[in-house]
Design a protein around this ligand. Structure first.
Ligand code: GLN
Length: 257
């Protein structure tokens, strides 16, 4: 069951500072995860990072992403670049493909649409039939142009539709997680969304915990939310099940879904 993390801070940090360098970095979690719960032993079916570079001021920030359908540890160029690329906010993921779902670049989180960056850690039970009613509301064009035939790609389309309609990003992930859980009981739905307010330039990071591991840590260089703590620091706080974590303007709020 994939692993992911999101980070938002007051100034740029290297991707490596969260993704590859810590004692229990996402890189380590790709081959030695500690809390998989839903089965699977490694997260070797691909990886990705989506990030904001620039100062964070309105208009001065751009979004980028990098994904590969290979184990992170095999991409030496990425491991090198991660030490040089700095970002004020980012989402990274390593993937363990759900049985029956393809291994391809388009199936790797995070998915990105402009400055909206999304990851799903888990599985939708009974997919695809269980999502049929919810997906029926999506425009045909959206369904025909999904990046991959996976549960995560459909969840991303559902979240994006809310964002396009002007819904608050935290409300968007909470609504999708709740409605999918109702339609497909037993699903594991750790969603993670990074967005940027176009007017202020301020980022929002929203994460759900639904039957999967999630922790967060606040520090001087920002807030990190991760499937598994990146190191033994006691400042990591485990998130209870069925919670929504919202990071805005340096503060963290945890509320029931
Ligand atoms: N079900 C999703 C996929 O196959 C996520 C996988 C996971 O969390 N293990 O991409």
């Amino acid at each position: 069951m994939c692993r992911h993390l999101g980070h938002v801070g007051p100034r740029p940090v290297t991707l490596a500072s969260r993704v590859t360098e810590p004692e229990h970095s996402l890189l380590v979690q790709s081959y030695a995860p500690a809390d998989m719960r839903g089965g699977g032993t490694v997260n070797a079916d691909g990886f990705g990072v989506g990030w904001y570079s620039g100062s964070g001021d309105a208009g001065a920030l751009t979004a980028h992403s990098y994904r590969q359908p290979v184990p992170m540890w095999t991409d030496g160029s990425f491991l090198d670049l991660a030490t040089a690329v700095t970002a004020t906010a980012f989402v990274a993921a390593v993937r363990s493909a759900t049985v029956g779902m393809p291994v391809s670049t388009g199936a790797c989180a995070p998915f990105r649409d402009g400055t909206r960056i999304f990851s799903h850690n888990g599985v939708v039970r009974g997919w695809p039939d269980s999502l049929a009613d919810l997906a029926a509301d999506l425009p045909t064009e959206t369904l025909m142009t999904l990046e991959a035939p996976t549960d995560s790609a459909v969840l991303w389309a559902l979240v994006r539709r809310h964002l396009d309609a002007g819904k608050d990003p935290a409300d968007a992930v909470a609504d999708v997680a709740s409605r999918v859980l109702a339609a497909a009981p037993g699903s594991r739905l750790n969603l993670l969304l990074l967005t940027r307010d176009p007017a202020t330039g301020h980022p929002t990071l929203a994460a759900t915990a639904v039957d999967h591991a999630l922790s967060y840590r606040c520090g001087d260089d920002g807030v990190t939310v991760a499937s598994e703590p990146l190191d033994p620091d006691p400042a990591w706080t485990a998130v209870d099940d069925l919670r929504l974590v919202v990071v805005r303007d340096g503060t963290v709020e945890v509320e029931p879904l």
